[in-house]
Design a protein around this ligand. Structure first.
Ligand code: BES
Ligand code: MN
Ligand code: ZN
Length: 495
């Protein structure tokens, strides 16, 4: 999607097939925030009869000129008191969906100052919503001819005095929206395309474009690094594992980096502890954390964040063959800790263990990992929030704040000793499953064993990385979650 900005003066002379105007739900009825060039008197009186101003509710009015504004889309944005950046994202998502339904390839929105939200942040959110709404995954279709046309040009119209602030927000929103869409594209690629090698190749392409440092380790390097936990998961598959390390070195030289880690399990059949057939196809999304980290690194680079940031993606398949890891096997980790594997489907924590241990060797300022780690998190929080757990309550708070701002919310769970005891092993240092109760917590307790005293937090994104596409800017499938959250967290670290 091509994103532009334009001044609201002389609107009537610009070629605008559709101009969306936010309509607020107020006590005095529906209140459109119209640009001054389009006199309110023309619409004001009848509008309130047709619209309440509820988010997404709309009326299209035909202005009817060959040139100039051809249609005005009066579209609800809800109550001023309930206006958030996420509401704005969803609002522009609705705008794109309406434009799509009419068959337009160009959409414009009028943005003016609002209470409580600065106009540059509002512009950023509007663009994030539009860019994300315009995404779809079509690359595996053999023919494009029967696909509906897509909105490919999006213009933010604003008053002259706000052009500069809006321009700034638009730029950031575009970077973040595009990053989310990159994550969604990588997530959506099926397991036969998106192998660990493919993920590494995509990371290499992105790093080359952005001039980021990148190292990709294969089986030989992983052996040298003693990453036996990652290698053990990969041994049941014909596909080689990879460990991808992407470095953005724009902080002070030698300054401890922020480390982002993402689970890059490109297909999770469960291994010998094989999953039931129903829904197994969704396990192509088990690399969502890795996709988000690759995408966030792209945005961190484009935003020129003045910090050292490292992205690490351990990547493997979890399949079953004659050499596969078996229940009862005891393996060693890079850390030296031995792990009793009682369920080969708890593989995410195994590949993350070695990545966390590697992250420690970078003397990080903080580590944040994200992973589609447990089905339990869906039981705990459904599809509306990720779980966040960590060793540093300030870091957890930072992530919650970043989640609230980006609409990628996370909610804390505890890491108490009682839970840790569930992963005591009789025969090894630790066992990879702590039973059904508190499954997301015991999984995080397992990860904590590999981070030592560093500031660390874990996001369990199994319930949020993909879904039914209920939000206006989503579609069925990949959501890109938590790309926006990660970027916001990193940005917050340099404010
Ligand atoms: N990738 C799955 C977790 C998952 C479940 C992601 C549902 C997305 C949706 C993970 O590797 C897994 O299989 N976890 C097991 C752990 C269990 C064996 C302790 C689970 O949650 O069932
Ligand atoms: Mn699994
Ligand atoms: Zn998994």
């Amino acid at each position: 999607m091509n994103v532009c900005i334009s001044s609201s003066s002389g609107l009537s002379y610009k070629d605008i097939p559709l101009l969306a105007v936010p309509v607020f739900d107020t006590e005095d009825g529906a209140m459109p925030a119209l640009p001054s060039d389009l006199p309110e008197s023309t619409f004001g009186s009848y509008l309130s009869q047709d619209l309440k101003g509820k988010l997404g509710e709309y009326v299209v009015a035909y202005w009817g000129k060959e040139n100039g504004v051809q249609r005005i889309l009066f579209i609800g944005i809800g109550k001023t008191s309930e206006l958030t950046l996420e509401v704005i994202r969803q609002w522009s998502g609705h705008v794109v969906r309406v434009a799509e339904s009419i068959g337009l390839i160009k959409a414009s929105v009028y943005l003016s100052r609002m209470e409580n939200i600065s106009i540059d942040n509002a512009a950023q959110a509007v663009v994030e919503g539009a860019v994300m709404a315009s995404w779809s995954f079509t690359e595996m279709k053999s023919s494009y001819s029967d696909l509906p046309p897509k909105v490919s040009e999006f213009t933010v119209v604003t008053d002259d005095l706000d052009l500069e602030d809006v321009g700034h927000g638009v730029e950031i929103g575009e970077i973040i929206g595009r990053a989310s869409n990159l994550a969604r594209t990588l997530q959506s690629r099926p397991g036969n395309v998106a192998t660990p090698t493919h993920l590494a190749d995509q990371a290499l392409i992105m790093a080359k474009e952005r001039d980021l440092d990148i190292t990709v380790m294969g089986p030989i390097e992983l052996q040298k690094e003693r990453m036996h936990a990652l290698l053990s998961v990969a041994q049941g598959s014909d596909q080689e594992p990879r460990l991808i390390v992407i470095r953005h070195n724009k902080g002070i030289k030698g300054d401890p980096p922020l480390v982002l880690i993402g689970k890059g399990l490109t297909f999770d059949a469960g291994g010998i502890s094989i999953k039931p057939a129903k829904g197994m196809e969704d396990m192509i999304f088990d690399m969502s954390g890795g996709a988000a980290v690759i995408a966030a690194m792209q945005a961190v680079s484009e935003l020129e964040i003045p910090l050292n940031v490292v992205g690490i993606i351990p990547s493997s398949e979890n399949l079953l063959n004659g050499s596969a890891l078996k229940p009862g096997d005891i393996i060693e980790s890079r850390e030296g800790k031995t792990i009793e594997v009682v369920n080969t489907d708890a593989e995410g924590r195994l590949i993350l263990a070695d990545a966390l241990s590697y992250a420690k060797s970078l003397n990080p300022a903080a580590i944040v990992d994200c992973a589609t780690l447990t089905g339990s998190v869906v039981v705990a929080l459904g599809h509306h929030a990720a779980a966040v757990l960590g060793t540093d309550s300030d870091l957890v708070e930072e992530l919650r704040d970043a989640g609230d701002l980006t609409g990628e919310r996370c909610w804390p769970l505890p890491l108490w000793d009682e839970y840790r005891r569930q992963i005591d092993s009789e025969v090894a240092d630790i066992v990879n499953v702590g039973g059904r109760p508190g499954g997301s917590i015991t999984a995080a307790c397992f990860l904590r064993e590999f981070v030592g005293d560093f500031s660390w937090a874990h996001l369990d994104i199994a319930g949020t990385a993909y879904g039914e596409g209920k939000l206006s800017y989503h579609r069925k499938g990949a959501t890109g979650f938590p790309t926006k959250l990660l970027i916001q967290w990193v940005r917050g670290r340099c404010a």
